[in-house]
Design a protein around this ligand. Structure first.
Ligand code: SAJ
Length: 421
């Protein structure tokens, strides 16, 4: 008999997963609290810009609901709800807790619940389980619990939900066995069983903290090499010729997104509660969070050098999204740059081809500006050359993603600064 899978949370993580599960022959339902998202999915329209999702929606058997009572028909329930940080950079598990409070009402006997949301070690055991067992149900007897941290990489043409290897932790042997079997049935990728829920929770925060500290390393190098007159990108590319023990990361205007700038705080906070202070992770976060002000500082120094007045300088900020060629503002450094520019009394115009609320075109943004900051390396900006700026009043170019053709700018009358180059 075909099993039915329910995916709770139909965003960047849950929707691709639900579509894959449907394609693999399971019965599948989606649950989301956002009625408009449910309506768009049932009308076969992608609730966010993603061509692959748009295509898959045309043939899927997925039906979406806002009612958690629909979970009664599910054999496997997978939770893919956001786990953000709050204004003080502390973990915010309220959305996950709310989902679990709803799910436990419809968790029929023998069902498997899998958490995919990114969480720190201890969340399943210390926060999720007490909610699920509050009415007397017992994990391992009445239901099963596993954790399989999501690994979606928005905009990646090579790696998607169907072929990215996964790790799985289980409450007990049956939970682990059932969850590993499920993922092996839908993935064309290895599935690695971990010894516990905590180990599986730790894998995700560790892999993303790894990325955050490596980006912080090159960001600190960039700020140092800017003073030393060394092109840090050339140096990183040189180091990357070493065929082992080096993994290149690149400096930029800051670290955004729903993963990298968020996940380290989940580990920092939990470890602190257990009596350990992650000074290294905190330092990396501090370095990366300082990059927007480093970019603005470079602009202000260039305004002085060009003998312009800040109050009379209009800055075109190109790119609001946190990463190239997607339209995603979550934790985007561009937003911090815009805020800092406003605090300095500068007039700001923004352009991002993926964000409708910005000005209509690149030319529109450039034509009345005296300075430009490239904050996201969207494909549309990469060919920008001094010649294109001839008919504008632009005198300053801050290449916040080192994505422009530096030699062409250095040979021009423009003031050009990259990040560490
Ligand atoms: N960034 C840098 N320098 C780098 C790499 C990234 O400044 O060398 C910045 C980006 O501009 C962006 C932020 O960091 O603002 C995050 O970039 P990202 O490429 O890590 O993109 P994400 O946030 O989509 O990260 C996802 C993550 N996937 C999951 O969490 C499942 C992450 O684990 C992946 O490593 C990453 O994609 C990836 O490899 O692309």
């Amino acid at each position: 008999m075909t099993q039915t899978v329910a995916v709770v949370g139909l965003g960047y993580v849950g929707l691709p997963l639900a579509l894959l599960v449907s394609k693999k022959g399971y019965g599948v339902i989606g649950i989301d609290v956002d009625a408009s998202k449910v309506e768009q999915i049932n009308a076969r329209r992608a609730p966010f810009t993603d061509a692959a999702i748009e295509t898959e929606l045309q043939t899927t058997k997925l039906n979406a609901y806002t009612e958690f009572s629909q979970l009664a028909q599910a054999d496997i329930i997978i939770v893919c709800v956001p786990t953000p940080i709050d204004g003080e950079s502390l973990p915010d598990l309220s959305i996950l807790q709310a989902a679990c409070r709803q799910i436990t009402k419809h968790l029929s006997k023998g069902r498997l619940l899998i958490i995919e949301s990114t969480i720190n070690p201890g969340v399943c055991d210390e926060i999720v389980l007490p909610i699920l067992e509050a009415d007397g149900k017992r994990c391992g007897r009445d239901f099963y619990l596993a954790h399989c941290p999501e690994r979606i990489n928005p905009g990646d043409p090579d790696w998607d939900v169907s072929n990215i290897p996964r790790v799985v932790g289980g409450y007990d042997k049956i939970s682990l066995y059932e969850a590993v079997n499920f993922y092996q049935s839908i993935l064309d990728a290895p599935v690695k069983p971990m010894d516990s829920l905590k180990e599986a929770e730790a894998v995700k925060v560790v892999e993303n903290s790894f990325r955050d500290i490596n980006i912080a390393f090159v960001n600190e190098l960039a700020m140092s090499f800017a003073k030393l007159g060394i092109d840090v990108v050339n140096v990183i590319d040189g180091a990357a010729t070493k065929p082992f023990s080096f993994m290149p990361h690149y400096p930029g205007a800051g670290v955004g997104g729903h993963c990298i700038p968020v996940d380290p705080y989940y580990l920092i906070e939990y470890a602190k509660q257990q009596g350990f202070n992650h000074t290294f992770l905190r330092t990396a976060r501090r370095v990366n969070k300082a990059m927007p002000s480093f970019v603005v500082e470079q602009l202000l120094e260039s305004i002085d050098q060009a003998k312009l007045l800040p109050a009379k300088t209009r800055v075109a900020v190109l790119g609001l999204s946190y990463k190239p060629d997607v339209g995603d503002l979550r934790e985007s450094p561009s937003l911090e740059i815009i805020k800092l520019l406003g605090e300095e009394g500068l007039e700001v115009v923004t352009y991002d081809p993926y964000i409708a609320s910005t000005t209509g075109s690149l030319d529109e943004a450039l034509k009345k500006s005296q300075a430009v900051i490239v904050a996201t390396a969207h494909q549309e900006f990469l060919d920008l050359k001094p010649k294109a700026l001839d008919k504008t009043a632009i005198q300053i170019v801050i290449d916040g993603r080192n994505c422009l053709d530096k030699p062409s700018f250095q040979g021009s009358q423009l003031i050009y600064h990259g990040i560490g180059r």
